[in-house]
Design a protein around this ligand. Structure first.
Ligand SMILES: *Cc1c(COP(=O)(O)O)cnc(C)c1O
Length: 352
């Protein structure tokens, strides 16, 4: 082994869900939106001037920030935008978790958190969720270097009421608390209105799920001016041009097409609620998900077997072969037709 190899940064990367190709695939494994982007986005895409690709984009992405600020009733200096919320969250870890004290996040949660912590050398401790996968605010009343959790949580889909989110923020005003709201539009109440009361609160959202734009990579954070300024300083110390021209223009168009957003989110919620009943009828139990996915376990058949059987049928769902989760499947809410096809298969499969 060459000496240079000893000095390579060794990291265990996050593993994203499979992206199988092909038209016949039913893809319910990465929580993408089954509906296309808003008509306003498609129109803006057609009208986009390719000539402008020659130039660097606006480093401050001000068109996108202003549109989001208007939509969220915030100032542009309360908003940070990035290349998907993964970029925003990574930047937030780098900016805020420097005390040397361990940060806290739930033991069952988004598996990217420990990866960023390891990459940036941030110590962390996980906090156990209950047997029913619930986050208890009182478990976060202890000295730490910061807190991060998704609300609703992934992959459980469970949503904390806003009062309990506020409780965690209020009890930890000496550190930054990051609330990752990737799924909040599917039925939860956002903590973004609390940023005026708590300077230490950062709320992160994404265009990938509720706005049908995972391929565009747009995420944003909302917080006090001080938090946002600190993140901007770190961003400009790393890469000034994170948001490309198309993301800025199409992202702003997506926010403006609010009617379509509300319609598609509404459809997904309806499909999800029907799916809860169907799963129950087939012998599955699960959490009361407030997201665009369901987290279910069958009373008799191991999750790994159902996962493989579905996969052979070109129906992709997510399976996590780790302790506590290995009896569960995470199934993204698709269109009604996609869900029908999956339930049709499961009925015959579980009968035999
Ligand atoms: C999907 C997801 C993200 C990241 O989404 P981006 O596509 O990077 O915006 C972040 N947190 C959670 C909990 C997610 O499920």
């Amino acid at each position: 082994m060459g000496l240079w190899e000893e000095h390579i940064r060794k990291v265990v990367p996050y593993v994203p869900g499979e992206q199988p190709q092909g038209d016949r695939v039913i893809k319910l494994n990465t929580n993408e939106n089954p509906y296309p982007p808003a008509p306003g986005v498609i129109k803006a895409l057609r009208e986009m001037n390719p000539e402008l690709l020659r130039r660097y984009p606006d480093p401050s992405a001000c068109q996108l920030k202003e549109t989001l600020a208007g939509y969220c009733h915030l100032g542009t200096d309360n908003i940070f935008v990035g290349v998907g919320s993964d970029d925003v969250l990574g930047m937030a870890f780098l900016t805020f978790f420097n005390s040397g004290k361990p940060i806290l996040f739930p033991d069952v949660t988004y598996s990217f958190y420990p990866v960023w912590a390891d990459l940036f050398g941030i110590p962390y401790e996980t906090v156990k969720v209950t047997g029913a996968f619930e986050i208890l605010p009182e478990d976060y009343r202890r000295e730490c270097g910061g807190i991060v959790f998704p609300n609703p949580n992934a992959p459980t889909g469970i949503c904390l009421p806003l009062s309990q989110v506020e409780d965690i923020v209020r009890q930890n005003q000496d550190v930054v608390v990051i609330v990752d709201e990737a799924y909040i539009d599917f039925g939860g109440e956002s903590a973004r209105n609390l940023i005026h009361r708590y300077e230490n609160l950062l709320v992160v959202q994404t265009f990938s799920k509720s706005r049908s734009m995972a391929g565009m990579r747009i995420g944003y954070a909302m917080g006090s001016r001080k938090l946002i300024k600190a993140m901007e300083d770190v961003k400009y110390s790393y890469n000034s041009y994170t948001m490309n021209y198309a993301s800025i223009v199409l992202g702003a168009a997506a926010v403006r097409d609010d009617q379509y957003f509300k319609e598609t989110v509404g459809k997904i919620i309806e499909t999800r609620e029907r799916a809860k009943g169907k799963f129950a009828g087939l012998g599955f139990s699960g959490t009361d998900s407030r997201t665009n996915f369901l987290f279910v376990s069958h009373e008799r058949v191991p999750a790994a077997e159902i996962f493989r059987a579905l996969r052979e049928r070109q129906i992709y769902v997510r399976y996590f072969p780790v302790p506590r989760l290995d009896q569960y499947l995470r199934v993204t809410v698709g269109t009604d037709d996609e869900m029908e096809e999956m339930f049709g298969f499961l009925e015959t499969y579980l009968d035999s």
